[in-house]
Design a protein around this ligand. Structure first.
Ligand code: ATR
Length: 272
């Protein structure tokens, strides 16, 4: 069988092997997909060894997405812009190609699975780290009315907005500059949830029919999802769907086939 893997650290709780195994079964592809823990500083060696052993493609997760971006010999445009790579494959010429499917994964979950309209809507993205950066390009491609990036450290949000200035109506600010705004979609891309915290945002920013989306997921509702539910969001959901959708796009890059994602999302949800 063809070999694929996800590399990260920690990697034990990765759901990618399960997701890709379900995709392979569904599409009758003969492949194996494993999880490989890589020590910091050893990504290049791990990738080379995997290739020598017949590896066909890789997913890259925390904390190596920026390292993978530097190591890729060819970057697809969406990965170039994201400053991070979550999918690697080798071209016919043997060169290492880097792509990023996180942003398209988020947009597909929102628009296809959750049937949200993004065009002409006011979007708020909380956070200005790697996770936030990875989704900005694909979000802007949906032509929202505007994308506000708000971060605890305002300067980082302004800088990030500057990077995407030519791609759409995007501005950056601090969390404390949100009070007079209402949004139709609020996306949490901060790491606050790792400490069961919610960014310091006013509840008044939740617009009518507002969808609140957490890039994090867990077996229990995340702190941000609970916050959104408690304050009247029309829809509050975690990032499990995005996880499956980004995997589906990687699978498509590798195999040329699009798996049917809803049953896989359902299977994972029931197993959480
Ligand atoms: P990631 O790759 O997950 O994005 P990161 O690059 O370290 O991780 O970025 C973490 C993000 O979460 C940052 O935007 C950070 O805000 P700062 O830039 O001000 O540090 C944000 N963050 C982390 N903990 C937070 C908290 N308790 N409240 C609000 N924002 C938080």
């Amino acid at each position: 069988p063809d070999r694929y893997a996800v590399m990260g650290n920690p990697i034990d709780h990765s759901k990618s092997p399960q997701i890709h195994t379900l995709f392979a079964r569904q599409t009758h592809q003969h492949l194996v997909y494993e999880a490989i823990r890589v020590e910091p500083g050893h990504l290049a060696t791990a990738i080379a060894l995997f290739r020598q052993a017949g590896g066909q493609g890789l997913n890259i997760t925390v904390p190596f997405k920026q390292d993978a971006w530097r190591l890729a010999e060819v970057l697809n445009p969406r990965a170039e812009r994201a400053g991070a790579v979550n999918t690697l494959l080798w071209g016919n010429d043997g060169r290492l190609i880097g792509d990023n499917t996180d942003g398209i994964g988020l947009v597909r979950d929102l628009t296809e699975n959750l049937e949200q309209v993004l065009t002409d809507r006011r979007i708020l993205l909380l956070g200005a780290g790697g996770a936030a950066r990875g989704v900005i390009g694909p979000l802007l491609e949906t032509h929202p009315a505007g994308l506000r990036i708000a971060n605890r450290t305002a300067e980082k949000a302004r800088e990030l907005a500057g990077v995407f200035q030519d791609a759409g109506n995007v501005e950056g600010s601090g969390l404390d500059e949100l009070a007079d705004n209402r949004f139709d979609l609020i996306i949490n891309a901060t790491a606050a949830g790792l400490d069961s915290e919610v960014p310091a945002i006013p509840t008044s920013i939740i617009g009518e029919h507002c969808c609140c989306y957490d890039l994090m997921y867990a077996s229990q509702p995340t702190a941000f999802v609970q916050w959104a539910r408690n304050h009247g969001a029309a829809l509050a959901i975690d990032g499990l769907g995005m996880l499956v959708e980004q995997a589906a796009e990687s699978f498509y890059l590798w195999r040329g086939l699009r798996p049917d994602t809803p049953p896989v999302i359902a299977a994972l949800r029931s197993g959480l």
